[in-house]
Write a protein that binds this ligand. Structure first.
Ligand code: UTP
Length: 313
């Protein structure tokens, strides 16, 4: 594998864990403070040296592409009204990137979404970013993974250590920790109910060779009747060295309600213009403990636990 400049963003899922908000609005377009969730992933890919960005969309998700397109009438109106600060913000987004859009006609799963991007990717290695896995880090997660890829020329997936009681919610790798945050993967198990092979979960960042495509093509529908990326990755592991990288940073599952709220709070606290006032607001709310409605908190805890667990495989 050589030069890495392509990144695929699968955005064609239904986002059921965030219903009803995502019935019409794509979850990738939900705002995290003042930018849509997807924009964080795009900025991560750009900040990791990738400039060929492919969005896998589906019917009703044109707003994703529109967001990164120019809006001449809006720009003209802002210019005429001399709202130059807003104009430069709007222009910064539209000039950030030229996107390639491909359509996944049926939501047949993550593996199928990646396969849909095959022609656009071509015969080069590529990264995959699942936009609702938002990662807060000093160095972009993909840039961290890219170093391993450039040294080894082999596939790399992002890993996160999870508590024993959480392993049943994720794809868990088997293999050996080599030090320096690198894990040599020998297999992966999807949502192990018992005896997880390690405490490292795969999260939504991958660097893959084009050889994944023929494997995806042969992959039968698996869990949930979907074509699973994990099933093709397991085949890829058999064909040579395969690495996991325990990235530095914090990951949020912004595709479900609680993860989204946590991400919103943490990103808002770090926002250069809003952080200070927001922190003061939270301090006022929780500082003396009296403002917390414990009954409501307990109720919401029960509701969260009864939500559908993560389906990503
Ligand atoms: P998720 O499982 O997080 O997304 O898939 P989902 O299916 O939209 O969400 P829920 O579970 O119903 O709430 C991971 C990523 O893969 C994309 C999703 O858009 C998401 O970014 N995906 C999933 C596709 O592009 N196509 C699919 O057929 C399935």
């Amino acid at each position: 594998m050589n030069g890495l400049r392509t990144c695929v963003f699968p955005c064609a899922g239904f986002g059921t864990r965030f219903f009803p908000a995502t019935k019409v609005i794509p979850k990738e377009m939900l705002p995290l403070v003042d930018k849509p969730i997807l924009q964080y992933g795009i900025e991560e890919a750009r900040g990791s040296g990738m400039d060929k960005l492919i969005i896998v969309t589906s019917q009703g998700k044109d707003s994703i592409i529109d967001h990164f397109d120019r809006s001449s009438s809006l720009e003209r109106s802002l210019r005429e009204r001399e709202k130059f600060d807003l104009l430069s913000e709007v222009e910064a987004v539209s000039s950030m990137v030229d996107l390639i859009a491909v359509r996944q006609k049926d939501a047949l799963g993550l593996g199928h979404a990646v396969l849909t991007a095959r022609d656009a990717v071509g015969n080069d290695p590529f990264a995959v970013v699942l936009p609702d896995d938002v990662i807060l880090s000093d160095e972009p997660c993909l840039a961290q993974m890219r170093r391993v890829f450039e040294e080894t020329g082999r596939p790399v997936v992002a890993l996160m250590e999870v508590a024993p009681e959480e392993t049943s919610r994720y794809g868990i790798v088997a293999g050996e920790m080599k030090g320096n945050r690198r894990f040599k993967v020998s297999d992966m198990v999807e949502k192990p109910k018992t005896d997880p092979p390690s405490s490292y979960a795969i999260i939504g960042r991958y660097i893959l060779p084009p050889e994944i495509f023929p494997l995806l093509e042969k992959t039968q529908r698996g869990a949930g009747g979907e074509i699973q990326l994990t099933d093709a990755l397991r085949q890829l592991v058999q064909s040579g060295d395969f690495y996991g990288y325990v990235f530095e940073g914090r990951r949020y599952d912004a595709g479900e309600k609680l993860g989204y709220l946590k991400a919103t709070v943490d990103y808002a606290l770090r926002h250069p213009a809003l952080g200070k006032e927001f922190a003061a607001y939270l301090q006022g709310l929780f500082g003396n403990g009296k403002a917390i409605d414990r009954e409501a908190a307990a109720d919401s805890g029960r509701a969260a636990r009864s939500e559908k667990p993560r389906q990503r495989v």
